[in-house]
Design a protein around this ligand. Structure first.
Ligand code: BGC
Length: 908
């Protein structure tokens, strides 16, 4: 029967497609597919249209929502029926039905009317589940182990609870969080596949819980719950001072299970003083240092109902039973992704046994191997080998990155850690004398499960490797929080790095919810005077704040999120934080000149050995601060315009003019020379429009001259690099932008690629040409900041962008700009509307461009050909095609198009 229904569905959709009927699919609630844990009273709903003709637009929609999927199909007992709404909006439609209840599941579907007034069928049914909406919905109590804990080595506690489910179970939902990290089991089976839960937030103010549908794990009769805790970010070692307990010293558990029986009754099982506690096989677990597991200490069957726990201790209720800071998890959990096998197992010159996984990745190695009881196998992790080919760990500083497994000795044993992760390509094995076989080791990449959205490739293999490295830098540093690096004793949410990389990140993956969650921590950790920390979550304290280019994360990320995803609600929510940051700078700048305080400056810019007179790469830190002050003020004005905050527009527009005037007076000579003649100074001044029109062209020429004086090399650090090529291409120096992109000697993007990098390095010369390393005190081989060039590759080389006044790719710009020696480039981007593609090649003097535009959007395509040259689409002159509008000027030709696939050609 089921098969028949499926066949009918397939047949129907094929038939509908063939008839040219528009279909609706890819339903998202709060930007996720069938999410749980929604704690928003009016969730945002989105869908995509598809069909096999061009120019599909939506003219109206109808949404319906019900608590039962059966009744939904019948259109009965709806919590919301929008009726037919005449609107073209298909992204972020606000739920407008009756109030949503805690813990409930909702089913929904949508149908649309297209531009021809034709109705689609109803979409497939999607669902979401509400989280716990009120603190009072939490019946559970915070619990801690009942035994005296060893506060030095800190073994992971186990918690256990048994109960009888007396009746037939209809459904069951678990709500779990911890002070620390948790892993939960029910009747011996793991609850969900999320790792490192509950994730990292500013724990004193915001603590996430997760929600799991556990109906299938429970049974009528006896059941058992088992939960292990690790210290995690909550009380584990963090920051380079070897300090721990940043959020508290006592780990704890909060657990609630809501069971619905088929007879309509409900039962709630909660963490309380009836639980039991003990320790198990995890002797110690730290994010930086790794995990030690002694399999002999495993309590077999400890999360099964039949296990005898009489020797276990009770538990104690936490003195802090606060539940007011609990929040639903809105971002995707960390999960296991790619798997790697060792590509090589070898003995180093120093005589150590090492395996190479071929990729610098972040995660852990699972071991499946036999050993004698009491023997151990120790895995140490490193990113690189030194110039002699030896295992190199100095750049990890104090982080040990070491997992130790002690065998119980009963055949093949499987080990993997639980509450830690490592950044590595190489693994050194000690303590194990047996033969090392690649089959026994599997490395898993772990990262937040953000959907992949973008890809970029071109005719140059080194650039393709650069793109690969950028994407792996993102994978490895997006474990619930955007971090600087994933391996040394740092792994922190550095704000400067995150703002520099944001736009690239938003091409590669759907980072909307990931950053929406983190931005709330940015706001939560903002000081009362508006200053923004260097790190979020802030574990450095209240004085580590207010650096230009770092703290501007509070304006740069929300605004760029708005451009990428057009979520006005988020902009509205972040607006007070944006404004407070601008106000902070305002207060520091009595003469509209921000020239006080500590600033990191253009972090890690290139230091030439022979600092050339007048062209040193060093940039005045206060000049930088003034540029970012202006930029943040501009972004605040932009946000005020979107949100209709007219009083703020009136206040900040003149302030911005004064900031720029003060900049000119202090940092620019009457002839337009900047007091710092560095690349970054010119890049920031030009990118943020600090100079009057009349001085821009010559400033751009000075930038080009500077680059030439370094023999066509960049010298920029974290703050100048993201905008460098954009400034060059914007001011008519596309050729120089490509020269820099394709440069492969140090300092450049391709130098690390040529040195064999598989991720982006922290420094331009992490490994020097003679294979010695930069200072081990700060030399990460997985730091995404310089990967910010990815944004230029998508936006300029492939040419995919959104119009700022129709953000979220509602109105698309396709403006490929070929250059350098590239003969081909392709960019793709999955948007909330569907896929955009821009793929070009140069063929015998012809420019060939394949474009794909999703339904319910429009695009302007700029052809990079001489303005008089005729443009053809699929072999016919565009002027003859009624669904393409050609706009020509003496400078360029552009085409206005709707959705569909297009094949343009023109002589160059
Ligand atoms: C981090 C950076 C960060 C910087 C602040 C470093 O230790 O790794 O990426 O932005 O400190 O300057």
């Amino acid at each position: 029967m089921q098969k028949l229904v499926l066949l009918c569905l397939i047949f129907f959709s094929f038939f509908a497609g063939a008839l040219g009927q528009t279909q609706v699919n890819s339903l998202l609630c709060e930007n996720r597919i069938n999410p749980t844990c929604v704690d928003i009273s009016q969730p945002l709903l989105s869908w995509q249209l598809s069909g096999n003709r061009r120019n599909i637009r939506q003219s109206a929609y109808e949404l319906r929502v019900s608590t039962s999927s059966k009744l939904l199909n019948q259109g009965k007992e709806l919590t919301w029926n929008s009726g037919k709404v005449t609107a073209d909006q298909s992204v972020h439609v606000v739920y407008g039905g009756s109030p949503l209840s805690s813990g409930k599941k909702y089913f929904w579907q949508v149908r649309i009317w297209d531009d021809k007034g034709q109705a689609s069928g109803w979409s497939p049914v999607a669902e979401w589940q509400m989280g716990l909406l009120q603190p009072g919905d939490w019946k559970a109590s915070w619990i801690e182990p009942g035994f005296i804990q060893d506060s030095i080595s800190r073994p992971s506690p186990l918690f256990r609870k048994t109960f009888q489910a007396g009746k037939k179970i209809q459904s069951a939902t678990a709500y779990i969080t911890a002070r620390g990290m948790y892993e939960a089991r029910i009747n011996g089976q793991r609850v969900g596949d999320a790792l490192l839960t509950p994730g990292w937030t500013s724990y004193r103010k915001r603590l996430q819980y997760q929600q799991y549908d556990v109906t299938n794990l429970l049974r009528q009769g006896a059941n058992a719950i088992g939960v292990t805790l690790g210290v995690g970010w909550y009380s584990g070692y963090l920051v380079w001072e070897n300090s721990k307990n940043h959020f508290g010293s006592r780990t704890g558990l909060l657990f609630q299970l809501n069971i619905q029986y088929t007879d309509g009754t409900e039962e709630v099982i909660t963490s309380d003083n009836s639980w039991r506690s003990s320790t198990g096989s995890i002797l110690n677990s730290e994010i930086y240092h790794g995990e030690t597991i002694d399999a002999r200490k495993e309590k077999e069957g400890w999360s099964d109902p039949g296990y005898d726990d009489h020797a276990w201790s009770g538990v104690q209720l936490s003195s802090d039973n606060n539940k007011s800071i609990l929040i639903a998890t809105i971002n995707e959990p960390v999960r296991k992704h790619e798997q790697f096998k060792p590509v090589r197992i070898f003995t180093t010159p120093a005589g150590e046994k090492v395996m190479d996984f071929g990729q610098n990745l972040v995660g852990w190695v699972q071991v499946q191997i036999k050993g004698r009881a009491g023997d151990s196998i120790v895995l140490q992790h490193a990113e690189v080998l030194d110039n002699k080919g030896n295992f190199y760990t100095e750049n990890l500083r104090r982080a040990q990155q070491k997992n130790t497994y002690i065998f119980k000795g009963n055949g093949t044993e499987l080990f993997e850690p639980h509450f830690t992760f490592q950044g590595f390509r190489y693994v050194k094995i000690t303590g194990f004398n047996g033969e090392l076989n690649p089959d026994n080791f599997t490395a898993f990449a772990l990262y937040s499960d953000m959907p992949a959205t973008g890809d970029f490739s071109c005719s140059n293999q080194l650039i393709n490797q650069l793109q690969h490295n950028i994407q792996w830098g993102q994978r490895g540093n997006f474990l619930d929080v955007p971090t600087d690096c994933p391996q040394r004793d740092e792994r922190l949410g550095w704000t400067g790095d995150a703002q520099a990389f944001f736009r690239t990140a938003a091409y590669n993956r759907q980072v909307n919810n990931f950053f929406a969650k983190w931005l709330k921590d940015v706001a939560a950790d903002q000081r009362s005077d508006g200053s923004v920390p260097f790190l979020v979550p802030n574990v450095l304290g209240d004085q580590s704040m207010g650096s230009a280019g770092w703290s501007d994360v509070a304006t740069i990320v929300p605004w760029n999120m708005y451009l990428a995803y057009a979520d006005k609600r988020l902009l509205e929510q972040q607006y007070p934080s944006m404004k407070a940051w601008v106000e902070y700078m305002h207060k520091q700048s009595p003469q509209d000149l921000w020239n006080t305080g500590f600033h990191f400056g253009d972090w890690l810019f290139y230091h030439p050995d022979d600092d050339l007179d007048g062209r040193a790469a060093i940039t005045d830190k206060y000049l930088i601060a003034q540029c970012f002050y202006a930029h943040s003020t501009q972004l605040l004005i932009n946000a005020a315009q979107v949100l209709g905050k007219t009083a703020d527009i009136a206040e900040y527009t003149p302030l911005l003019q004064r900031i720029k005037a003060a900049f000119l007076k202090e940092y620019v000579t009457p002839n337009g020379r900047l007091v710092s003649s560095s690349q970054t100074a010119y890049v920031l001044a030009l990118n943020f429009d600090m100079l009057p029109e009349s001085l821009r062209e010559q400033a751009a020429l000075r930038l080009v001259e500077n680059i030439k004086s370094y023999n066509n090399h960049l010298t920029t650090g974290f703050l100048g690099t993201p905008y460098l090529c954009h400034v060059l291409s914007r001011f008519g120096h596309l050729d120089m932008a490509y020269t820099l992109l394709l440069q492969d000697t140090y300092p450049s993007w391709l130098y690390p690629v040529k040195m064999g990098a598989t991720t982006i390095w922290e420094r331009w010369d992490g490994e020097k040409p003679d294979h010695t390393f930069e200072n081990a005190g700060m030399n990460s081989f997985n730091h995404y900041a310089y990967g910010a060039i990815g944004d230029w590759m998508y936006r300029v080389t492939a040419g995919i962008d959104t119009k700022e006044d129709a953000p979220g790719y509602r109105q698309i710009i396709i403006r490929p700009r070929p250059g350098g020696s590239l003969t081909q480039a392709t960019g793709t981007l999955q948007t909330y509307y569907g896929q955009i593609k821009s793929s070009w090649q140069l063929q015998n003097g012809q420019f060939v461009l394949d474009v794909e535009i999703p339904a319910n959007t429009t695009a302007t395509v700029y052809m990079p050909v001489k303005s008089g040259n005729a443009i053809m689409e699929s072999g016919k002159a565009v002027s003859e095609q009624k669904d393409i509008r050609l706009v020509s000027s003496d400078k360029e030709q552009s085409l206005e198009i709707g959705s569909g696939k297009y094949h343009f050609t023109a002589a160059q």
